[in-house]
Design a protein around this ligand. Structure first.
Ligand SMILES: [Ca+2]
Ligand SMILES: [Ca+2]
Length: 260
């Protein structure tokens, strides 16, 4: 535990907000409340919003140290969840994001999106034109668009590198938001599996804060029991994904408080 915390302090990506005032170091943080009642994640969220502000948002090592200083249960819900709804197009410069509703065009293959291993955030067009969500670090050919046409690039790259390639040499990665566009892309690929320009921002906080700090336990998240779309903190402060319908005690946060 001590080693972990020390490592987090040394290498953690976020430094707490620090104000120097009259030689004092003052930390701003949220106040946290451990609730020792077992509920599923959604009910815990409702409880926290009613009694405090929201399920706990833990954005840096300072927050984490405060949370683990409480007498947590072995697994306690926090506000982090895997957002399976918001698929979107984006380049390096713009984002087109919409709730994927019945009126939005999708062409998922049977059983997809599957989010295997809890790490499938990018969309591959398969050989028959249907879509599969895959790990974005997988290498695949990809489809760009530019000059009013789609272009297959036979250079296996990870999804993000493919998007950069499209932005550099064409205009964008392929936007496929209509059935006839899906057919046009399929004609260009000739059935070769290829990335298209759709992905999702996976892990988010219940209170909509950005979720860059994610100290997962080794091998987590793994979505090992499908439906593991919500996160718990272990008592030592590293996290794992669990089925949102499981029942655990939980941590809420209230407003900001100041430590000095
Ligand atoms: Ca999949
Ligand atoms: Ca898990």
């Amino acid at each position: 535990m001590e080693l972990f915390v020390l490592m987090m302090l040394v290498v953690g990506p976020h430094i707490p907000t620090i104000h120097t005032w009259h030689q004092l170091i003052v930390y701003e943080t949220l106040e946290f409340h451990f609730v020792n009642i077992s509920m599923n994640w959604m009910d815990a969220q409702s409880y926290c919003r009613l009694k405090h502000t929201d399920l706990a948002t833990i954005q840096n090592v300072q927050d984490l140290l405060i949370v683990v200083s409480m007498p947590l249960s072995p697994l306690s819900w926090i506000g982090l969840y895997d957002d399976l709804i918001y698929w979107r197009y984006s380049s390096e410069f713009w984002v087109y994001e919409s709730v994927w509703s019945n009126t939005s065009y999708v062409n998922w293959a049977s059983g997809q999106p599957s989010n295997d291993g809890g790490e499938e955030f990018c969309v591959l067009m398969t050989g028959d034109g249907s879509w599969d969500d895959l790990n974005c670090s997988s290498n695949a050919s990809f489809v760009c668009q530019g000059g009013g046409q789609y272009h297959l690039v036979n250079l296996p790259l990870a999804w993000l590198d493919a998007r950069i390639h499209c932005g550099t040499f064409y205009e964008e990665m392929a936007i496929v938001d209509r059935s006839h566009k899906n057919q046009m892309v399929l004609q260009v690929t000739g059935g070769q599996p290829a990335w298209i320009g759709i992905h999702r921002n996976a892990w988010k906080w219940s209170d909509s804060s950005p979720a860059y700090f994610r100290p997962w336990a080794p091998t987590q998240p793994d979505n090992s029991n499908p439906g593991e779309h919500c996160a718990v903190s272990t008592s030592i402060g590293i996290w794992q994904d669990e089925n949102c319908l499981s029942e655990f005690p939980f941590v809420c946060h209230g407003g900001k408080c100041v430590l000095s």
